[in-house]
Design a protein around this ligand. Structure first.
Ligand SMILES: O=C(O)C(=O)C[C@]1(C(=O)O)C=C[C@@H](O)C=C1
Length: 100
């Protein structure tokens, strides 16, 4: 029984590592998005795109039998963090440009 628990926990640890890698990969795209939006002169915040993402996540939650509220909460955190990273990146680059 205790061995079974250890085995399951090992699987959970592996899944957690994969989730974290994917979060890092998603976060790493923030700079690229910020750069393009800055060049195009469009805002970081895009409510239409967010609406699309949340609808898609709801659909995926249904397909994979994941609680929708949990799925949405996770993606709200990821999107808010992405916006924070985009703002931080733009502030840093603008700060650098002022110094030059
Ligand atoms: O797709 C974009 O335009 C992004 O900036 C990325 C992202 C996201 O994290 O998915 C972040 C902010 C926007 O409001 C919408 C989506």
């Amino acid at each position: 029984m205790i061995e079974k628990l250890a085995e399951i926990r090992k699987k959970i640890d592996e899944i957690d590592s994969q989730i974290l890698k994917l979060i890092a990969e998603r976060n790493s795209l923030a700079k690229d998005v910020a750069k393009i939006k800055n060049e195009l002169g469009i805002p970081i915040n895009d409510p239409d795109r967010e609406k699309y993402i949340y609808n898609r996540i709801r659909k995926l939650c249904k397909e994979h039998n994941v609680d929708e509220d949990i799925g949405i909460k996770i993606f709200q955190i990821l999107i808010e963090h992405n916006k924070f990273l985009q703002k931080k990146y733009l502030q840093e680059t603008q700060h650098k440009n002022k110094k030059l």
